[in-house]
Design a binder for this molecule. Structure first.
Ligand SMILES: NC(=O)c1ccc[n+]([C@@H]2O[C@H](COP(=O)([O-])OP(=O)(O)OC[C@H]3O[C@@H](n4cnc5c(N)ncnc54)[C@H](O)[C@@H]3O)[C@@H](O)[C@H]2O)c1
Length: 369
């Protein structure tokens, strides 16, 4: 099967993203090809990733000194205290900045590992091996790292690009279907904000994507990463244009925070619901064309979102949801900033609204009975 390779170029660092079946088994060779030399290696490992992945990695890196730090992933442990524990562990084991941290896990493990890598002796080598669909198409590339605070999601962090991203599609086979939906949300987001042709590809191949058809899923991951690469290369520090990647996230993050990051609503599910809201809001404000609004609505109908959102956001939650939307990092002058589509493949960034506008929109959308 064909492997795909993308080179992400940023001022901080240029690095390859390699996508393929069983590529993790070639890790040793790939590290050498990319001039990543080290003595010690810390593998930060999501404990739901099947143990055979860890066994294989240990075997392939057997001539190095390997340490394992296992994580039971959840938004609740994605915090500064976990970061402290890992940094202490790494210092205790006398790691040098020329050694290596490898993240093996989903977006939670990769956000934590990337942040640890960025602050450990002001930056240690970092390789990302994303194991969820969401992290393969999104969280593993672009260099945003960080953790949550009691004041909100991802409020503590840094920009730190990895030296290499290895996305092995074999890892996806152990994922629950719910996690495939989460990854699909970010894939859909990339297409909606940047490329109508890619959206139409998704619409046509939805079933094959969810069945992890190897050819289609590899191509889908590759195309999605390419969109992200183009965006982050234009605006690596999210000064302006990169904000389009937050499409659906202002609503989504608020839904997650309102549920106190409970497992009831995963990040990707929140983003899917967030995009559903953003599409409706853009239509209400006459920003998106009717035809495109309907095409997106039809696509969303396959996920039964209008019923799901009512289970997630109750009438009494509206004020709290809006309060969380107000704390979003994109806001300024007390207004809520939303990324909205004016057509499929084109996102508009600076749309500001006040809280009462949004409360009345959500109330109408949800029509509680
Ligand atoms: N840095 C970024 O640019 C960026 C972008 C998008 C999302 N994120 C962050 O990513 C996080 C969400 O990532 P996620 O959706 O990957 O969640 P996650 O890391 O929690 O993983 C989802 C679930 O899958 C399990 N898992 C991971 N790999 C597995 C495998 N191969 N087989 C079976 N189970 C496996 C995990 O233990 C977890 O229960 C959020 O915290 C979000 O803020 C960051």
């Amino acid at each position: 099967m064909k492997n795909y390779k993308i080179l992400v170029k940023t001022n901080q660092r240029s690095y390859p993203v390699i996508i393929g079946k069983n590529i993790s088994l070639n890790i040793s060779k790939i590290l050498k090809e990319n001039n990543i030399y080290f003595q010690k290696c810390l593998i930060i490992y999501d404990n739901k990733v099947p143990i055979k992945v860890l066994k294989n990695l240990k075997q392939k890196l057997k001539n190095k000194k390997i340490f394992i730090y296992k994580i039971k992933s959840s938004e609740k442990i994605k915090n500064i205290s976990t970061v402290n524990k890992i940094v202490d562990f790494t210092l205790k084991k006398k790691f040098h900045r020329t050694d290596l941290i490898i993240s093996v896990g989903g977006g939670i493990v990769s956000d934590i590992s990337g942040f640890v890598s960025s602050i450990f002796k002001r930056g240690i080598n970092f390789v990302n091996m994303p194991t969820t669909l969401l992290s393969q198409v999104d969280a593993s590339i672009g260099g945003k790292t960080g953790v949550n605070s009691i004041y909100g999601k991802n409020l503590i962090g840094s920009f730190y690009q990895p030296n290499l991203v290895l996305s092995d599609i074999e890892f996806l086979k152990s994922l629950p279907k719910r996690e495939i939906t989460c990854g699909y949300a970010e894939i859909l987001k990339h297409a909606l904000v940047r490329n109508k042709k890619k959206f139409l590809f998704l619409n046509k191949n939805l079933k094959k994507i969810f069945n992890l058809d190897e050819k289609i899923i590899s191509k889908t991951i590759y195309e999605s990463c390419k969109i992200k690469k183009d965006i982050i290369e234009k605006d690596p520090l999210e000064k302006n244009f990169r904000k389009v990647l937050n499409y659906g996230h202002t609503f989504g993050h608020a839904f997650e925070a309102n549920l106190n990051y409970s497992k009831k609503l995963n990040h990707g599910e929140a983003v899917l619901l967030g995009m559903f809201c953003a599409n409706n809001f853009a239509y209400k404000k006459n920003i998106i064309k009717k035809n495109d609004f309907n095409i997106i609505r039809e696509h969303f109908s396959k996920f039964n979102l209008s019923n799901k959102i009512k289970k997630i956001v109750k009438k009494n939650d509206l004020a709290s949801v809006i309060n969380y939307m107000k704390t979003d990092k994109k806001n300024y002058n007390n207004k809520i900033n939303l990324i909205l589509l004016d057509r499929i493949g084109s996102a508009k960034i600076n749309n500001t609204y006040n809280a009462t506008d949004l409360i009345s929109f959500l109330r109408d959308l949800l029509i509680y009975k």
